[in-house]
Design a protein around this ligand. Structure first.
Ligand SMILES: [Zn+2]
Ligand SMILES: [Zn+2]
Ligand SMILES: [Zn+2]
Ligand SMILES: [Zn+2]
Ligand SMILES: [Zn+2]
Ligand SMILES: [Zn+2]
Length: 242
């Protein structure tokens, strides 16, 4: 059983259960995909592998963290240097990104589909996802900086965090809290299947609260997206040629 994926010039074979003797990385998210119990999509000729959720990531998402524009899935960053900085975790990426080129807004595939709630052994309550770190000026402290309760590093205002839903002062980087991915979120176009079931936490600083994400594409947007996708496609075939 093989099929063509837009990010690769050759057909991919789907392995329902896959075990490799070597460590291989997913070309979508650059994290390991050997010894997984879920399906792996492979082109053996090129040593090209994709996680099931990376292979099935939709070509665009209407993501609640970036309401003005849909994000489109690019197989390679289009920035000079070939790297993007993920707006969610703040880490660089070189593989797939959900991108708004108009705003230079980028997300790792995994970060785009982070669960809206997680639990972590370091805290007794459920943690909710916030798109940004609300900065609360603190009395008697020389700095307004917030620190991650897990790695102790600064929580950057522009990146995402998980916070205790019970209002404890427990905040962590999204990437410190979980590596879980919820495939298929925000990808359903049917209106009665509202994005994220209305429980997406929107950071205070983002003037949000709206849960239903409606993005209307104008003709101009569609043409822009289309051009972008053509560009991405030709880059993909260039970089894998030869
Ligand atoms: Zn992957
Ligand atoms: Zn190939
Ligand atoms: Zn990320
Ligand atoms: Zn945008
Ligand atoms: Zn952290
Ligand atoms: Zn708590």
């Amino acid at each position: 059983m093989d099929y063509k994926h837009f990010s690769h010039p050759h057909n991919l074979i789907i392995h329902r259960v896959y075990e490799l003797g070597q460590q291989v990385n997913c070309s979508g998210c650059n994290s390991p995909c050997d010894n997984t119990t879920t399906a792996v999509h492979a082109c053996h000729q090129c040593n090209f592998f994709l996680h099931d959720h990376c292979a099935n990531a939709g070509r665009y998402v209407k993501h609640p963290s970036h309401q003005p524009h849909p994000l489109i899935l690019l197989p390679h960053p289009t920035y000079a240097g070939g790297t993007f900085i993920c707006n969610a975790c703040g880490h660089p990426g070189k593989a797939f990104s959900y991108c708004c080129t108009l705003c230079e807004f980028d997300l790792h595939v995994g970060c785009a589909f982070l669960p809206v709630s997680v639990t972590h052994q370091a805290h007794q309550h459920e943690l909710g996802l916030f798109y940004g770190v609300p900065v609360v000026p603190r009395r008697g402290s020389n700095s307004d900086l917030e620190y991650c309760n897990l790695c102790r590093k600064v929580l950057e205002e522009r990146n995402w965090e998980y916070c205790c839903r019970q209002k404890c002062d427990f905040k962590v980087h999204s990437a410190c809290a979980t590596t879980e991915v919820v495939p298929g979120m925000y990808q359903d176009d049917s209106p009665d299947c509202g994005a994220a079931e209305g429980n997406v936490a929107v950071g205070d600083g983002n003037g949000g609260g709206g849960n239903v994400v409606e993005v209307e594409l104008t003709e101009e947007d569609i043409i822009r997206l289309y051009r972008l996708q053509m560009l991405a496609q030709s880059m993909a075939s260039l970089s894998t040629a030869g």
